[in-house]
Design a protein around this ligand. Structure first.
Ligand SMILES: C[S@@+](CC[C@H](N)C(=O)[O-])C[C@H]1O[C@@H](n2cnc3c(N)ncnc32)[C@H](O)[C@@H]1O
Ligand SMILES: [Zn+2]
Length: 265
């Protein structure tokens, strides 16, 4: 397996019920197929909750972001067609991970998320992927070992992505552009703000491609609530503001993504 021991950095070997390194550090394999490689006391680190993940799964399976999935796969095929090791950082429930894995037919499809519930769902989508609970800020991978890193709406760990990628390896990053979900934010907040895109350069990387993808989503009340629930707004928004969505029957919402491809220089 492509993950390393978070204690000593040696390779991990897979056994029936656990993973072990040559220094005998042991990590149990959960029945649902992931391994927990998170070393820090994680009580303060929370990933997405089951409720958020299930909302995202329903929303994504309804196809609302399939144009984005297709663009991500096309970028992967264009820039990393011969990738052997692919790592999805903050993979969520594996919607993009599984599709990129299928498009590239890589040898190793690795998925990391801080939420074990996300990894359980990702394994259901694609049982072939290797899933580890870990932080993107301390990835359980050897330096210079990945051909392609995915960073789709998940925290950006510039230094770690640079470390784990092979020289010449690629990073595909997806960010929300200014207008993304504007109507949803306008329905919820008294004073909505547009997203700030800012400086796109990343240290140690060359930005080799940037595509924008903007389209409208026609959402019924249920999907609108799922969309709200799968975003970080769900956690940040007051009950008073969140409840405004109960009065909305349907809404046309702008989806607007930046798909950025970087090469490790
Ligand atoms: C908005 S979701 C995106 C999930 C997936 N990439 C997608 O677009 O469907 C962000 C994901 O990052 C995970 N996450 C948040 N902080 C993290 C960290 N420090 N390390 C690893 N994963 C993290 C969350 O648990 C969540 O699954
Ligand atoms: Zn070890």
């Amino acid at each position: 397996m492509g993950f390393i021991c978070p204690v000593c950095g040696e390779s991990l070997s897979e056994r029936e019920k656990d993973f072990i390194c040559k220094n005998s550090h042991l990590f149990d394999k959960a029945k649902k197929g992931y391994v927990n490689l998170l070393m820090s006391s994680s009580s303060k680190i929370h990933g997405d909750t089951k409720q958020m993940l299930r909302a995202r799964e329903r929303f994504l399976d309804a196809g609302f972001y399939s144009p984005l999935k297709e663009r991500i796969c096309a970028a992967a095929e264009k820039f990393a067609a011969s990738a052997k090791t692919v790592l999805d950082c903050g993979c969520g429930e594996g919607y993009y991970t599984a599709s990129v894995g299928k498009s590239l037919k890589c040898n190793e499809l690795l998925a990391v998320d801080i939420s074990k519930d996300a990894l359980i769902m990702a394994k259901k989508r694609d049982s072939s992927l290797c899933a580890a609970v870990a932080s993107v800020f301390k990835l359980p991978l050897k330096s210079d070992s990945a051909d392609l890193v995915l960073n789709v709406f998940s925290p950006l760990a510039n230094d770690e992505f640079l470390r784990v990628l092979k020289p010449g390896g690629h990073l595909i990053r997806v960010i929300p552009l200014e207008e993304h979900l504007w109507q949803l934010k306008s329905a919820v907040y008294d004073v909505p703000y547009k997203n700030e895109v800012g400086d796109l350069s990343l240290s140690g990387f060359e930005l080799v491609d940037k595509e924008d993808l903007t389209y409208s989503l026609n959402l019924t009340a249920d999907y609108l609530k799922d969309l709200f629930c799968m975003t970080p707004y769900f956690i940040k928004t007051s009950k008073r503001d969140s409840e405004k969505l109960n009065d909305v029957n349907s809404l046309k919402v702008t989806a607007s993504f930046g798909i950025l491809v970087y090469k490790k220089v």
